[in-house]
Design a protein around this ligand. Structure first.
Ligand SMILES: C[S@@+](CC[C@H](N)C(=O)[O-])C[C@H]1O[C@@H](n2cnc3c(N)ncnc32)[C@H](O)[C@@H]1O
Length: 359
């Protein structure tokens, strides 16, 4: 609706709907986190009382009943008042496809009050990464579809020279690998290549190591290190650097890019994936569907920016930093930006770069 045509009451109705949606979304997220939706999907359309559902799920009936009431009111679960039974219609069994989106608000809310405090002039600089419980899991979920269905199938083949090198055997660094989904996916596909995943989050690395060992991979290792301060003996070590949605999060971006340049072999390839955002708000608002823009700005405000600003002198770029600025930063670090292409499966932008062969 054009804001000029909007009455005060239209505005209030619209914002009320957004706020109620946010509250109902907490209920959806609870159903996902507890496993109740998965259980109701497994029930098919058989109608059950709250007691029967709680027993099946091995949960407390009082909690399950309140959740079912909320989900019935939100028209997500159906309710038969005569029988006092609940069921999830089969056409709604795709609700689990929305899990990453549903979990976004509860995870970002981990830092809610601290972020609000940061606004004050005398408030804290930022928020520690560890203040967001299950953030690593959310990342693995959010990027999971890209890593599992597109990374090997389309993303790497879009760089034929690299695809061939990976098949022949090269050394790769996945920078900010989090729980290592991208690292292990690539390591499985390219057994002759050797993969390093690097991150600052110890819990994420522990999960990554467990995954690699469950997959029986011997060509992957995970390293706890800061991107801006990688081991001195890594100079010119890697043929390929992969960095997915990390650059804007960093406290010391220029320093990190300098170190990335150092560890990449001359002639090596760097893939940086960032959001599709532009540097100017007016460009970000000029899209027909603003939903993903809202989500991206909220990610930036609630996590990316405050976790970077938490560090003394942190850049606080945020995920809406903008493609124009990403390109400048890459070029200032002496990378040659060969191409910028959309990664449609995750609304990202792929900056494919090279380090000159004579560097
Ligand atoms: C937004 S997550 C992206 C994770 C993963 N690449 C993905 O696409 O799901 C950013 C990751 O960068 C890591 N990170 C942030 N700053 C870092 C630093 N200075 N050194 C190493 N890792 C860092 C975080 O721990 C987190 O796992």
């Amino acid at each position: 609706m054009a804001t000029t045509d909007e009455s005060a009451s239209d505005f209030s109705t619209r914002v009320t709907q957004q706020l109620v949606g946010g509250i109902a979304g907490m209920g959806v997220a609870i159903g996902m986190e507890t496993g109740l939706f998965e259980m109701m999907i497994a029930m098919g359309e058989s109608k059950k009382t709250s007691q029967e559902i709680a027993d099946l799920a091995n949960m407390k009936e009082r909690y399950v009943r309140e959740w079912l009431g909320c989900m019935a009111a939100a028209n997500i679960v159906n309710f038969d008042p005569t029988e006092g039974t609940f069921w999830l219609p089969s056409h709604r069994s795709n609700i689990m496809d929305l899990k990453a989106l549903a979990m976004t608000a509860p995870v970002l809310q981990g830092g809610f009050f601290q972020v609000a405090d940061c606004f004050r002039k005398d408030g804290p600089r930022g928020v520690a990464y560890g203040k967001y419980p299950k953030f690593d899991e959310l990342m693995a979920m959010t990027q999971g579809v890209f890593f599992q269905d597109h990374l090997i199938q389309e993303f790497i083949p879009s760089m034929p020279h690299l695809h061939q090198q990976l098949q022949n055997g090269i050394v790769v660094l996945d920078i900010g690998c989090c729980e290592g989904v991208s690292t292990t996916t690539m390591a499985k596909e390219f057994p002759k290549s050797h993969f390093h995943g690097l991150d600052l989050s110890q819990p994420a690395l522990a999960t990554a190591r467990d995954t690699a060992s469950a997959m029986g991979l011997s060509n992957v290792e995970f390293v706890h290190a800061d991107i801006s301060l990688m081991p001195p003996d890594w100079t010119d070590k890697f043929d390929y650097l992969f960095m997915n949605f990390v650059l804007h999060d960093l406290a010391y971006t220029a320093k990190a890019l300098q170190d990335m340049y150092r560890v990449l072999k001359p002639g090596g390839t760097l893939s940086v994936v960032e959001t599709t955002a532009h540097g100017k708000l007016k460009d970000n608002l000029a899209v027909p569907d603003r939903d993903s823009v809202v989500v991206d700005y909220m990610y930036s405000l609630m996590n990316c920016m405050p976790t970077s600003l938490y560090h003394e002198g942190g850049a606080g770029l945020g995920s809406m930093w903008g493609r124009e600025n990403v390109r400048v930063a890459l070029e200032e670090a002496e990378f040659q930006v060969i191409s910028m292409t959309d990664v449609p499966s995750e609304s990202g932008l792929h900056f494919m770069c090279q380090k000159a062969t004579n560097a």
